[in-house]
Design a binder for this molecule. Structure first.
Ligand SMILES: Cc1cc2nc3c(=O)[nH]c(=O)nc-3n(C[C@H](O)[C@H](O)[C@H](O)COP(=O)(O)O)c2cc1C
Length: 187
């Protein structure tokens, strides 16, 4: 009970979910109990974050936006996080963060700006990072027609997006480092 960690994520195509499941696995290997919540699936009753020694909140990005469920979850808990200095790790899976050189600007755009907008105080208790994304234009893609069409159009401009192929730009060393830093703060 005392070593319980919450992972709450919003995903559209599964990339953030895979990262979140990896976090769960690593936390459990380190002796923590994990509650993993898909915020888009869970219909009623959001968890009380004061029941956990640490909270991870993840979101994918589509057309420059977090999933509304993840953003709302953070928004609704800002006061509790600020007042109780609850340890939170906030992470994104973002196509634009796939290029390491662009990552600092993406962190600014999709994390720091959102924190400012929502009023999150950035103290020692807040970790955040933006991971790369998955662009799946393969035959087995789970993207809807409209999402495929948008990605195919974007492929004209962005060499990371390749027609008829699946490209996974998540850097698992970066992702592992993030969770290791989070665990260090938990202990
Ligand atoms: C239609 C579409 C629009 C996207 N728009 C953006 C965008 O504006 N910025 C960005 O960084 N990534 C964008 N991406 C890439 C996603 O961030 C990437 O696929 C990510 O892995 C999605 O995470 P999820 O599967 O957890 O939702 C877009 C992807 C699709 C399919």
């Amino acid at each position: 009970m005392s070593k319980q960690v919450l992972i709450a994520y919003g995903t559209r195509f599964g990339s953030t979910e895979e990262i979140s499941i990896k976090f769960q696995q690593i936390l459990e290997e380190n002796g923590f109990a994990v509650e993993l919540i898909d915020l888009k699936a869970k219909k009623k009753g959001k968890p009380n974050i004061t029941n956990y020694i640490g909270v991870l909140i993840g979101s994918g990005i589509r057309i420059t936006r977090w999933t509304k469920e993840a953003k709302n979850f953070l928004k609704n808990n800002i006061k509790t996080i600020n007042e109780n200095k609850i340890l939170v790790g906030i992470y994104l899976s973002s196509g634009e963060a796939s290029d390491p050189d662009k990552r600092p600007a993406i962190i600014e755009k999709y994390l720091v700006k959102v924190f400012e907008e929502l009023g999150l105080n950035l103290g020692d208790n807040v970790l955040y990072d933006a991971f790369g994304g998955v662009f799946d234009l393969s035959k087995t893609t789970n993207l809807s027609w409209i999402n495929r069409k948008m990605l195919n159009t974007a492929a004209d401009e962005d060499p990371n997006i390749v027609r008829n192929e699946r490209r996974d730009y998540r850097d698992w060393d970066q992702i592992n480092k993030f969770i290791e830093d989070f665990i260090r703060k938990l202990e």
